[in-house]
Design a protein around this ligand. Structure first.
Ligand SMILES: Nc1nc2c(ncn2[C@@H]2O[C@H](COP(=O)(O)OP(=O)(O)OP(=O)(O)O)[C@@H](O)[C@H]2O)c(=O)[nH]1
Ligand SMILES: [Mg+2]
Length: 363
């Protein structure tokens, strides 16, 4: 089993030699290191070149012209690794926050547990952070929780940078088409794993703040928020939700337009007109959700249509109960109550339509 540890560096002259030696001291066979250096002005690259004399076969250096982001550095490192057929590829910071001592256990978990991704996790029992003030702790925690919720990620540490990847998993990724070029790269890698049903595991690590050198994280937070937002909008459930809501809105207008025409132009009885208009709107809503929102191709159209009507009908009952409670018990303005009740019930309708009416088969 061949392993490559990829270490991206920008101005890490005080750490790089020590971390390389620490990796090579591990009781592991066939471990090599690739440093991806963005032409650090402090001479990190020169130090690595010197060390290559000591480890000619195990140490590699990839030099990039200029500082171009952590994510891009990893992508280049990963491509380099895939060309050379390493079985496991590790992402590790140069500053000892990701201590090499955890690597043997992480690799074992990847190999024996047949995991696609093993995460060195700060947020499971046994893990933790040393050396960050409460502000940075809170920041990281908050970012972690928000990211997990928005992207539906299972791992407890969704922003972790210390990971072991199985070769086959990296091969399945569109490495040239990632949206993140900086720190959010780590989140995107997990998100892609979720989309692909990758098998993931976490191993607790104590993350220790850097003792030497300076941080490069400035400005990354804002950029990362943008990336997480973009990934969120790409989620299938979010896209389906948006389509479902627009179908609902469209058909409310359709209902009104038909009702108006039947009453005003065809002088139909108002009750009969509404029965006709709402039936047409409901049918159109079913058809659009089947063909457009959920792209469902099942053959059971009659049963599905019935289920759809059942959900929407029960939604209407809920809607009126909620509306009544808000108006009578809470004394809320009736129009506001109507909007709130309808919004809540829209989620009810969407959720049940997704998991029951138009349920997707397993891929
Ligand atoms: N090649 C390359 N490496 C980078 C770049 N930005 C950061 N790094 C490296 O990525 C790793 C993580 O960066 P850090 O600055 O330690 O980020 P952090 O751990 O979030 O913050 P601190 O530990 O507080 O400094 C380090 O090894 C950096 O040298 C970059 O643009 N290109
Ligand atoms: Mg660091």
């Amino acid at each position: 089993m061949k392993t490559l540890v990829v270490i991206p560096t920008y101005n890490e002259k005080d750490n790089i030699a020590r971390i390389i030696k620490a990796v090579f001291k591990l009781p592991l066979k066939k471990v090599e290191v690739l440093v991806v250096d963005d032409s650090s002005p402090d001479g990190t690259g020169t130090i690595v070149k010197e060390l290559k004399k000591k480890y000619p076969r195990r140490l590699h250096l990839l030099t990039r012209k200029e500082k171009n982001g952590l994510g891009k550095a990893y992508v280049e490192g990963f491509k380099w690794a895939l060309k050379r057929n390493y079985d496991f590829i590790v992402s590790m910071d140069a500053d000892f926050s990701h201590h090499p001592k955890y690597l043997p256990k992480m690799l074992r978990l990847a190999q024996e547990g047949e995991n696609d991704i093993v995460i060195g996790s700060r947020y499971i029992p046994g893990g933790g952070i040393v050396g960050w003030d409460w502000r940075r702790q809170l920041n990281s925690r908050g970012a972690n929780i928000a990211t997990r919720a928005m992207l539906g990620l299972k791992p407890k540490d969704s922003t972790a940078g210390y990971k072991v990847y199985a070769k086959s998993y990296l091969q399945s990724l569109p490495l040239d088409k990632l949206v993140a070029s900086g720190y959010a790269f780590q989140v995107e890698m997990l998100y892609l794993g979720k989309e692909r049903g990758a098998k993931m595991a976490e191993l607790p690590i104590i993350f220790v703040d850097r003792q030497r050198g300076s941080s490069k994280i400035g400005g990354e937070l804002k950029r990362s928020v943008k990336i997480v937002w973009r990934l969120f909008l790409r989620r299938r459930v979010v896209r389906q939700g948006a389509k479902f809501m627009s179908v609902g809105l469209m058909n409310a207008f359709l209902d009104g337009a038909i009702l108006f025409s039947l009453v005003e132009l065809a002088s139909l009885d108002k009750i009969i007109a509404r029965i006709i208009s709402s039936s047409i709107a409901l049918t159109s809503s079913y058809v659009l959700n089947r063909l457009w929102t959920f792209r469902n191709h099942s053959k059971k159209i009659a049963g599905q249509f019935f289920a759809f009507i059942l959900i929407n009908g029960s939604g209407l009952v809920w809607n009126n109960l909620l509306y009544g409670a808000m108006v009578k018990k809470l004394d809320i303005n009736y129009l506001l109550a109507m909007v709130v009740a309808t919004a809540i019930v829209a989620f009810w309708n969407f959720g049940l339509s997704k998991v029951w009416v138009f349920k997707e088969g397993k891929k």
